[in-house]
Design a protein around this ligand. Structure first.
Ligand code: F6P
Length: 357
């Protein structure tokens, strides 16, 4: 008999359900006697003992369903050691609930912040297995996270739709793309959507270079320009500021996001109309794409295998086209950024895409 806890934590994404389904199906098929405890709304459920008993049946028919059947929430790692408003020690509470339910393992699906807490629980002696979810694809130790490809599809579609209206009006369009502090999603959606300029956090932009790229297109007879701008894009000047000064500047900014600031500066320098589109959370929503369904199912099944073998303390990741187990200690606290020298960026530049540098 194995008693297995499951929780999904942090911002949701597509294929969380597909991954949990893969895990539970693998355990079911193995013939092992299992009890499943689904914690509600992420670590909150584990802290406050909010869970429901689930069976294989609960994981049936959810392969294509977006979101998470368990619910999720953000429980910042930064304050995990601080008592809650009632003085409860959150880490101790999670441990006590784990022991009270006599769990053999807790399976945690999440991104960067989630992995820091997962590793902390491992250090505190709990058996933990994790699965890498996030549309940002910024998790260390895995080449790919589930949710990413689905988000690329949605962001690409947003850029595709903008293309036709940009062409009709001869305007400059900015599509702001999620991805937090890294450029994987904006770069891939930007390239897939045929963006002319892609701005990502890893390559701070020079607004004059951006304007040069737009004017170059004008000279070559292109009436419009499409820009894919990362929500975390940063100018060269801002990148040179201290963290504190940058935060102050952002807090006092009259613009709702970086794209609006870039739009204003382009308009000022070129006198051309600029429009901003923000697909926002649509990028995290809806049904997972076929790639993510397969990928998340594979990861879930491999997590099941680890549990059946009693191998704990790992994230199931993907490296060089193979599913691998990565020690949680190697994953926690590290961000997987894009190198400005990455081959894909060189190739994008070879076909004339400007990164504003
Ligand atoms: O990490 C996933 C993500 O969608 C990021 O791309 C984005 O910056 C952030 O979450 C948005 O967070 P929230 O849903 O809390 O607004």
């Amino acid at each position: 008999m194995k008693r297995i806890g499951i929780l999904t934590s942090g911002g949701d994404c597509q294929a969380l359900n597909a991954a949990m389904r893969g895990l539970v199906k693998c355990l079911d098929v193995s013939g092992e006697n299992i009890e499943i405890y689904g914690f509600i709304d992420g670590y909150k459920g584990l802290i406050y003992g909010d869970f429901k008993m689930l069976t294989g049946h609960d994981f049936s028919g959810i392969l294509t369903k977006g979101g998470t059947i368990l619910g999720t929430s953000r429980t910042p790692f930064k304050t995990i050691r601080e008592p809650d408003e009632d003085g409860l020690d959150k880490v101790e509470a999670m441990k006590q609930n784990y022991y009270k339910l006599k769990l053999d393992v807790i399976v945690i699906l999440g991104g960067n912040g989630t992995h820091k807490t997962a590793n902390l629980l491992r250090e505190e002696g709990l058996n933990v297995v994790t699965l890498p979810k996030t549309i940002d694809n910024d998790l260390w130790g895995t080449d790919m996270t589930f949710g990413f490809q689905s988000a690329v599809d949605i962001a690409t579609e947003a850029i595709d739709c903008i293309h036709t209206t940009a062409a009709s009006h001869g305007r400059i369009f900015i599509v702001e793309i999620m991805g937090h502090k890294v450029g994987w999603l904006p770069l891939n959606a930007g390239m897939a959507g045929g963006a002319d300029i892609i701005l990502i956090p890893e390559i701070p932009y020079d607004i004059d270079k951006v304007v040069e790229a737009i004017q170059g297109r004008d000279k070559r007879g292109s009436k419009f320009t499409i820009m894919a701008v990362a929500e975390g894009a940063i100018s060269k000047e801002d990148a040179a500021l201290s963290k504190k000064d940058l935060r102050k500047k952002q807090e006092n900014s009259p613009y709702p996001s970086v794209s609006y600031e870039i739009a204003a500066r382009i308009q000022e320098k070129t006198g051309k109309e600029v429009r901003v589109t923000v697909p926002g959370h649509t990028q995290r929503g809806g049904s997972p794409c076929p790639y993510d369904r397969v990928f998340a199912t594979r990861l879930g099944a491999e997590a099941g295998k680890l549990i059946l073998n009693g191998e704990y303390g790992f994230m199931v990741g993907y490296k060089n086209r193979e599913i691998v187990k990565v020690p949680l200690d190697d994953v926690a606290g590290k961000l997987k950024t894009l190198s400005p020298d990455a081959t894909i960026i060189k190739e994008a530049k070879m076909i004339g895409i400007s990164f504003g540098d």
